[in-house]
Design a protein around this ligand. Sequence first.
Ligand code: CA
Length: 584
Amino acid sequence: MKRLVTSLALAASLTAFSATGVLAADGPSSDDLLKSATNTEAVLTYGMGPQAQRFSPLTDLNADTVKKLVPVWSFSFGGEKQRGQEAQPIIYDGTIYVTGSYSRLYAVDARTGHKKWEYNHRLPDGIMPCCDVVNRGAAIYKDKIYFATLDARLVALNRETGKVVWNKKLQEYKEGYSNTAAPLIIDGKIITGNSGGEFGVIGMVEARDAETGELVWQRPTIEGNMGTLNGKDSTVTGKTNASWPGDMYKTGGGATWLGGTYDPETKTLFFGTGNPAPWNSHLRPGDNLYTSSTLAINPDNGEIKWHYQTTPHDGWDFDGVNEFVSFDLKKDGKVVKAGGKADRNGFFYVIDRTNGKLINASPFVTKITWAKGIDIETGRPIYIDDNRPGAPTEGGGEGKGKSVFAAPAFLGAKNWMPMAYNPQTELFYVPANEWGMDIWNEPITYKKGAAYLGAGFTIKPLYDDYIGALRAVDPKTGKIVWEYKNPAPLWGGVLTTAGNLVFTGTPEGYLKAFDAKSGQEVWKFQTGSGVVGSPVTWKMDGEQYVAVVSGWGGAVPLWGGDVAKLVKDINQGGSLWVFKLPKA
Ligand code: CA
């Protein structure tokens, strides 16, 4: 009896300690997820906290001690399935949960690299991922681990056994829908976006009960489409035909393919939306709301609180999906509840996250051809009309419109790869790329399940010596404080720490660390394949660890034009690398 009492007391003390980092046996609660940014003994959410600052308060590892950071083990994803490995690991209670290409999920012992279980999602033949067979990560909540799949399904597994608890269809993959983003879990609801903007799908944000998978609400991102709440129609998005002609809003794109972030202070979800469909902008006069935008959404009912459109009437595939990262902007003695977004269109936006009003916008790449700047009063771009690709009807032959050289290229000044914000240096660390493209329009009609672009393109580098540039951006001024230039395009996520460090990977195979204030490179390790995943850090058994996945792929080899030729010799792979700073 005494023994039982003792173990009960121990269990109670473990539960009681959950807020300070020692985690309860029944798994992370909603509160644990909301506070995950300050929990240094776990990585419970994609983005290392719902706001997605990707900042760790840990300081053991710092710009001085990082030279002692050493590999502990590496885990192979195995099989013949390689391609892009863009995942961010989730770390909980001595286990690493990591997703791999082709919709795979692994549970691995964080201390040894021993595989606990593996889930291989059975994919149908007809899936249509536009931009490689990637997955960006899982979500954890209570006893389950979740991820979304390339056939547009959402799967919940028991995190101890890897057994499927439920498996729900999100959308119809035969129409071009797919899913690659990490889900977000807020107050017991699992929230997902969708992919497929190149197939004329309708962008969607959806919330489900995380226990059962039952739908709670849906919010289409294109005006004129009806949302749902608790199984009934709720409200139409926007005002039908206010910014779209005729029936084009029914196939209008706006995919929310990168998933969202959440700000506990304002209780708001932020989802970016992709390009309007088709790419040929002359077919759809108007702003084409709410494509290429950030949407602020009420997590309780899916209603839109505000929107900010970064590229109205987009004609360059400037998907506005880039993550909106909440942070406190300290300026002129005041603290403003702000959000930062490094948009695919080349501008870094600082926006008041309580109302969507623009605070400032500045270029974070050297060449932008489509706009002169952003009007601070209206928040709208000042277009350079001559640099929009021409209408096919005005091309003077073969149905092809006037070709223009545009920068950034459609793969973006920044693509999917997440930036980080460090509240100590008060800088954003943005993985950017310097490239442009020849782009022209062609005639197109919508056909279900077929590519819906009406455009042709070839991506080209702008400079001989580099394409990728990791840039430290000061959100107060928009100024670039330092930069690191990389020969190949950067395609991996960024991590920053209170130890004055910034980590990111390179296609050349390195995980690299930089001094967060000066930008000086202070450490690197060759992983054997390109690093296009997002690194994380945590503390275990009194030592600080770092993990990252390695495995070259993603959109660049598939769509990169002349740049794809430059990186064709990089070897594929698929492995999880874990490093630690050994105790002194
Ligand atoms: Ca797109």
